[in-house]
Write a protein that binds this ligand. Sequence first.
Ligand code: MRU
Length: 352
Amino acid sequence: MPEAIQPIQWKRTSLHLLDQRKLPREEVYVDCATAEDVADAIRTMVVRGAPAIGVTAAFGMAIGARAFAERQPRAERRAVDAEVSRLKDFFAATRPTAVNLFWALERVEGIARKAPGDASAVATLLEETAKSLYDEDIAVNRAIGDHGAPLIPAEAGILTHCNTGSLATAGFGTALGVIRAARAAGKNVHVFADETRPFLQGARLTAWECVKERIPVTLLCDGAAASIMKRGKIQVAIVGADRVAANGDTANKIGTYSVALAAKAHGIPFYVAAPISTIDLSTPNGDAIPIEQRDPREVTHLAGHAVAPEGVTVENPSFDVTPSDLITAIITERGVARAPYVDSLRRLVGAR
Ligand code: MRU
């Protein structure tokens, strides 16, 4: 079944990315014909969301490998491998927090290294690999939905933060995928979407996806979440993740930690929905997760207009870390992990 919203489209030699900076006003695609175009699109948030940037970078590697094969068709195999490594490092420098990016790049490089053939054969293989990562991501998200839907009550107000839907993945979504699966299972759910300052992924993207698919949704400014919980409107909070450390500490969009604290204070379960590729067992805990700092202008300006005095000091961490003791469970495509996460995550990552 084709996905209704397709933020990433492969068009034989170039990658078309739905420009998420322009939603919900305009639905336009950016045509990325070079590796540099693709890296730029990741850096400037044309495409965003942990799984989506991993899949996008894989296509970027394929585009870069093809360009190299055209420039140097008779290159020695050593030079081909060196170019693949260079491309990997180039894409790894685009954004630091979402581990799915590094996971995808490692996987692409590993496949290229083992493959026989010349530069053109490697480029063809990288294209096939990117396409299969894309298909795999959609299948994984549907499986996360299958594991997560039973955790949602028959009637529920569900608070979510940032965008974790089709736009943040190859399709279907992680946390929003669980919400989609719960609806498909006949549950009566109502989404409460935090607007997610400063980039407004909740207002611009999650609300757009929900409205487009007629999923009942109410938009909240971030500061309203706790009081809406207190009023009894929220039964479940569910978010995505950019990196889950070995002990279950989870990096996600800035403001997620506040949601988890408020959920705890109100006795509301707080779930994280994420693919296995988001779990990073080599990062022991949240303190070791690199947090991206973005341009202060994202905070001082709204739609190009200043909303703060010139010269003010700004902190703009793009992510925060929710300690694992605030997380009720982590929903993956291989099942649901609960505390103690050191054991449950290791088991799930090791399982096939
Ligand atoms: O800065 P963004 O928009 O890339 O941040 C995205 C998030 O924080 C998402 O919640 C996370 O990547 C999970 S998406 C399935």
